[in-house]
Write a protein of this length. Sequence first.
Length: 91
Amino acid sequence: MSLSGEAAYLYGYSKALMKINNKLHSLSKKAEKHKTRHDKADDENKQKHYERHKSTTEDIQGLLKQRKEVFNSIVHHQFEFERALKKEHHL
């Protein structure tokens, strides 16, 4: 692929990675909030906050898998970008 094509892939994947990282940041804040509310809650509400914390951490695990896939794609296209750069500029 051409140099500009690889640069476009890198740009797109980096935007996707930033989006996932922002979601992870907000979800980790929510999980921490539900954990502290679970610790402070009475017996009535403990289960509710536990379930919300559990579902939030499951969402975090799914996002971590997506993040790993996107990061692997970035690494792949970075190598391809370097190869295209060397080919185009005869380095």
